[in-house]
Ligand binder design. Structure first.
Ligand code: Q9C
Ligand code: ZN
Length: 372
């Protein structure tokens, strides 16, 4: 299988994130992608290719141009405004209640993107979990090109391609970044595939978290089906979306399927949800599936609560490929660094119909785990 990778992600070099007002060590760090790259290189069965530059048009096909401009200039604005911080995070977020009583017209006329970088970050951002640094924009552009290059390979006929996207993307909505995500790599790839093939496209999101951004972008679309298995929003980020009764509207009515699962979900329970998700995709007419692949479903993930093991990723990859559609597999989350390489190797080998043996020496087995 071809793997699309670029070292551009290294420029999104963050060390801390904010969780409920507290500064904690960052989860979404550069080492994640490097661990996966190392494991796939050691495997020997993967061919690495660099992404090609796809420009801005495929991004503004799903994102508000104002969001792209903000992400492009945010860091230089921080410096220009003399804000002495190691990263940009919002000071205020426009809670809708701030404008209560104002008419839609008054809000449109009077409320605008703030000037101060700390207000601007709140205008475009969902949360404080996505610190923005000097290299964030170029890294995020690199991740988009990784996704689009993987899509190109599959549109050209490859049965599958893997885009090692970092930063991830599925929390980024049309006009919003957040949740470690800046541009929605999977949504941009899905839109590009729709435009080039004129086929229906399905997104299978198996990251631990609900991909609120992907759901939002395709909510009213009849030509893209979004199917997601994730932690129940009653207990997990992003809290406001991800429930089973969110099914889409207008042309998109019935095209959105959320399968929330509870803490402690086992391999067996998860595979049941995978079968339900794949059944929903099998009903659609397209020939390509975009997979939002997260390993934060792993038992030892520091921010997840599921109990999945490395072996089940091989089986999920196998079952997904068994639908007989071509796969654009894009990396989303997964934060237990010691296991990421083996979990990726297992999934991708499963998707290629190859066997999977955990690496014996220096590898990472199911036991002997190192708590992250
Ligand atoms: N205690 C992705 O997996 N909240 N994003 C973290 C940590 C933000 C996850 C809480 C989670 C975002 C792509
Ligand atoms: Zn996640």
């Amino acid at each position: 299988m071809q793997v699309v990778y670029t070292p551009a992600h290294l420029a999104h070099d963050i060390t801390t994130e904010t969780f409920m007002g507290l500064s904690i060590p960052a989860n979404e760090v550069a080492e994640r992608a490097e661990k996966i790259r190392d494991a796939l290189t050691a495997d020997g069965g993967f061919a690495f290719v660099e992404p090609t530059d796809h420009g801005e048009a495929p991004i503004t096909a799903v994102h508000e141009p104002g969001l792209v401009r903000f992400l492009e200039v945010a860091w230089s604005e921080v410096r220009r405004q003399g804000i002495a911080r190691p990263f940009l995070s919002a000071d205020t977020y426009p809670n809708t209640a701030m404008f209560e009583g104002m008419s839609e017209d008054a809000i449109a006329a009077l409320v605008r993107e703030p000037v101060h970088a700390g207000g601007r970050a709140g205008f475009w951002g969902l949360d404080s979990a996505a610190p923005l640094v000097a290299g964030t924009y170029l890294a995020a552009r690199g991740a988009v090109d990784v996704a689009l290059t993987a899509a190109d390979l599959v549109v050209a006929g490859a049965p599958a391609a893997y885009g090692l996207c970092r930063p991830p993307g599925h929390h980024a909505a049309r006009s919003m970044y957040g949740g470690y995500c800046f541009f929605n790599n999977a949504a941009i790839a899905a839109e590009a595939i729709v435009r080039s093939t004129h086929e229906h496209v399905a997104i299978l999101d198996v990251d631990y978290h609900h991909g609120n951004g992907s759901q939002q972008i395709f909510w009213r679309r009849g030509d893209v089906r979004y199917v997601s298995i994730h932690a129940d929003p009653d207990s997990d980020y992003p809290y406001f979306l991800g429930r089973a009764d969110e099914t889409g509207e207008g042309d998109g009515a019935g095209e959105n399927l959320n399968i929330p699962l509870s803490a402690g979900t086992t391999d067996e329970e998860y595979l049941g949800a995978v079968d339900q998700a794949l059944d929903a995709i099998a009903e659609t007419s397209g020939s390509v599936i975009v997979v939002s692949l997260g390993f934060d479903t792993y038992g030892l993930d520091p921010i997840g609560t599921f109990a999945l093991t490395t072996g089940v990723y091989h089986e999920i990859g196998r079952r997904t490929a068994a639908l007989g559609r071509r796969l654009v597999i894009l990396q989303e989350g997964g934060y237990h660094r010691p296991s990421l390489g083996e979990n990726a190797r297992a999934w991708l080998r499963g998707a290629e119909g190859r066997s999977f043996e955990p690496r014996p020496a220096g590898g990472f087995g199911e036991s002997g785990a190192v708590a992250g």
